[in-house]
Design a protein around this ligand. Structure first.
Ligand code: GLN
Length: 258
């Protein structure tokens, strides 16, 4: 049997790791290890020169403060062509919060404009004095047919135009404070405001991402084996129940089989 292997690229770990977003890499690698699938984690830092994505199977970009985003922006924008080709070709990419915003055209943070790499036709804005969108968040995602839980803390409001959202917000905010939409899906790219880190408590999403990356690299890949996710699911369900029980719930008419 062919031995499968995923090469995972973590971009700017020294700057974009808000709320320990690197936990997503830990989660992905552990879930591969448990299935006896090889992986390699490659860190791409501000010191790295060329972004060669030829052998990359999954890219991860975390969140950061406006200051950190500003630092990353100038460097990241140099790699628009490489990132565009990778995404258009169906490469997998997970971007969280600040990283998600940076894939768009710009993030206007009060008087300061942070230019994005522009691989997504989205814009983010936060007006001077506007409240931050922060707290626990629960969404229902058609993509994975399941709820996703996390934590958000962002000033930016993102307009995703015609893109598909990652999910519908049931509790919390998501892309902004009016649309009830959270995140974005384009081909095998997922952008989301959810920290947490998002993947450990949402194993279905973690496996969705791994499956897409493996199928893209190995067209005959016939699916991941099941893992014992009792603890992960308990953590997930605990938060779902806690948030659903809250009076701040936005939509109450949902979910039979989350
Ligand atoms: N600095 C951005 C904002 O406040 C992103 C924050 C984050 O990554 N959590 O909108």
């Amino acid at each position: 049997m062919e031995k499968y292997k995923l090469n995972i690229l973590y971009m700017y770990p020294e700057l974009l790791n808000m709320y320990y977003d690197v936990g997503n890499i830990r989660c992905l690698s552990k879930r591969l290890e448990w299935r006896n699938i090889d992986y390699e984690i490659i860190e791409f830092t501000m010191e790295s020169d060329n972004l060669d994505l030829t052998n990359v199977d999954l890219i991860f970009i975390g969140g950061g403060s406006d200051r950190e985003q500003m630092i990353v922006s100038n460097t990241l924008r140099k790699f628009k062509d490489e990132l565009t080709d990778y995404i258009e070709d169906g490469g997998s990419l997970l971007a969280i919060c600040g990283g998600y915003q940076l894939l768009g055209k710009y993030y206007q943070a009060g008087g300061e404009k942070i230019e994005g790499v522009g691989v997504l036709d989205i814009c983010t804005q936060s007006a001077e004095g506007e409240k931050r969108l922060t707290g626990d968040i629960l969404i229902q995602s058609d993509l994975i047919g399941h709820t996703i839980i996390g934590f958000e803390n962002h000033g930016g409001r993102t307009q995703i135009g015609d893109y598909e959202p990652l999910g519908r917000t049931l509790y919390g905010y998501g892309n902004d404070d009016t649309s009830n939409e959270e995140g974005l899906v384009y081909k095998n790219l997922i952008g989301t405001y959810l920290h947490g880190p998002i993947l450990p408590k949402n194993p279905k999403l973690a496996d969705y991402i791994l499956t897409k990356a493996l199928k893209h690299k190995y067209p005959d890949f016939d699916g991941l084996s099941e893992l014992d996710d009792i603890l992960e699911n308990q953590a997930h369900d605990h938060m779902v129940n806690r948030l659903l029980g809250s009076k701040n719930l936005i939509h109450s008419n949902f979910i039979k089989n989350h």
